[in-house]
Design a protein around this ligand. Sequence first.
Ligand SMILES: Cc1cc2nc3c(=O)[nH]c(=O)nc-3n(C[C@H](O)[C@H](O)[C@H](O)COP(=O)(O)OP(=O)(O)OC[C@H]3O[C@@H](n4cnc5c(N)ncnc54)[C@H](O)[C@@H]3O)c2cc1C
Length: 511
Amino acid sequence: MVVSSGMVRSASCILSMAAFLLLTAPLLQLCTGHQGPSDLPGKIAVVGAGVGGSAVTYFLHQQFGPQVQIDVYEADRIGGRLATLTVNNQLYESGSPSIHSLNLHMQDFVKLLGLRHRRDVPGKSAIFNGDQLVLEETDWYLLNLFRLWWHYGISFLRLQMWVEEVMEKFMRIYKYQAHEYAFSSIEELLRSLGGEHFVNMTQKSVAESLLGVGVTQRFIDDVISAVIKANYGQSVAIPALVGAMSLAGAQGNMWAVEGGNKLVCSGLLKMTKANVLHAKVKAISLHSSEKKPLYEVLYDQEGALGSEFYDLVIVAAPLHKTGYAISFRNFQPPLQLPIDSYHRVVSSIVHGYLNSSYFGFTDPKLFPFSSILSTDSPDSFYHSLENLCPINVTVGFRRKPPQEAAVWRVLSPRPLERRELKTLFKSYYSVQVIEWQAFPSYGSTGSSRTLPPIILHDGLYYSSGVEWAATSVEMSAVAAKNVALLAFNRWFELTEKIDQQDLLHKLKTEL
Ligand SMILES: Cc1cc2nc3c(=O)[nH]c(=O)nc-3n(C[C@H](O)[C@H](O)[C@H](O)COP(=O)(O)OP(=O)(O)OC[C@H]3O[C@@H](n4cnc5c(N)ncnc54)[C@H](O)[C@@H]3O)c2cc1C
């Protein structure tokens, strides 16, 4: 055979290319974090398209790359508890209205999706005990401080320090997640943030914790209980960690997405090109295979039953007694998930004239508040009352003067009776009622409380259990990133990235 110089050149070129690929392959593995497309999961299913499900889809897409198909099952509407409704031709938030400024995943999503913060429309709050206002906010910051000090001594400072300490520790999660560390249980995640103290905060009540740092009983009864009730419809017996998150929100610095908070969910799903199926997941069953297990997702799509197989399944929907039931089949031993109950909060969106005299203002023009919280008295029929701004706030927008008809959101434990509506409103054009299974029913705290697991099986994960530690839009996003990292690290056996002790110190010395 005649060997031409051209052939030699081609052969040596191929050889050097092969050598280059051999040499660079481990480098590529290191860079991408996995061993190549053949080792990737075939398909992933996400159950739920609220902020938790949308965020987990985005983070899974980031970790595993675009080659992996992600199917998202949603039984109702994209956004879940982020929802809007129309009043008088304008849209208003009917679910979660606000996000804290330190909620960094939500801040990132908004930037990534080219969305904007809604223009802030300031308003003042007051607390009403059924007879009189026990606390009123004014336009003057110093006067507000003076009033707090006059009534409650330095309790408000102690509260602020307590909340800031919790938030500072909570913020560590962003650093851990940026370095791709994941936690296999909610307890491990909390321990990494604030040690055993953080885990204990899921067992101890917010009242007990605050008394422990010197906040007075009177401040708890008048102020803390009203805030907790307005946020969760529950009492100061809820766990301290949930309470701290809620009280952080009460200190201001809240924002919302221009055009509606749910735009984050639809935006993330679109960006990741997820395959969204409008279907109710009925069951997840295990099918063993030689290597890794396979999961069959059985669903109901407008009455027609269907099923698909997946390597990984993430349940990003709270499993509770009044939710869509999902049965887990063929697992040995059977999967025993604590199916607890969720707390009902009824949201009545009322377009009408406020009855300001009920709150002690016979002249409606003098009523200065945009929100009223109710103290936790047994005869109080509502949790809070808030004047709503539409989801699109134009530059010239102003709140309606109190003597004009406006849109109000009343949160209550049950649908309001006509006479209760008549107590709060002189008259109204419309009332729209949404019953939310809003938050876990925290009940009374005690050392026996166990938090739900994150890993249900090798490739089956549950992200919504985090709500039993603390519930908010951002907690769902934090849990979503943790589950995506956990699934990825476990898939590629990156055990050094899971449940690492003393991460804070480790990251300081690594940097
Ligand atoms: C009235 C109200 C006010 C709130 N205010 C605030 C606030 O101001 N700030 C804040 O941070 N948080 C607030 N929250 C809490 C916040 O809305 C939730 O923590 C957050 O939206 C939860 O998101 P998620 O995706 O985890 O769950 P969800 O939003 O509940 O999403 C779960 C999704 O899964 C779907 N699903 C369930 N089961 C199945 C199934 N079997 N098959 C297919 N799909 C299924 C559901 O339809 C739903 O869309 C509020 C909540 C309510 C109700």
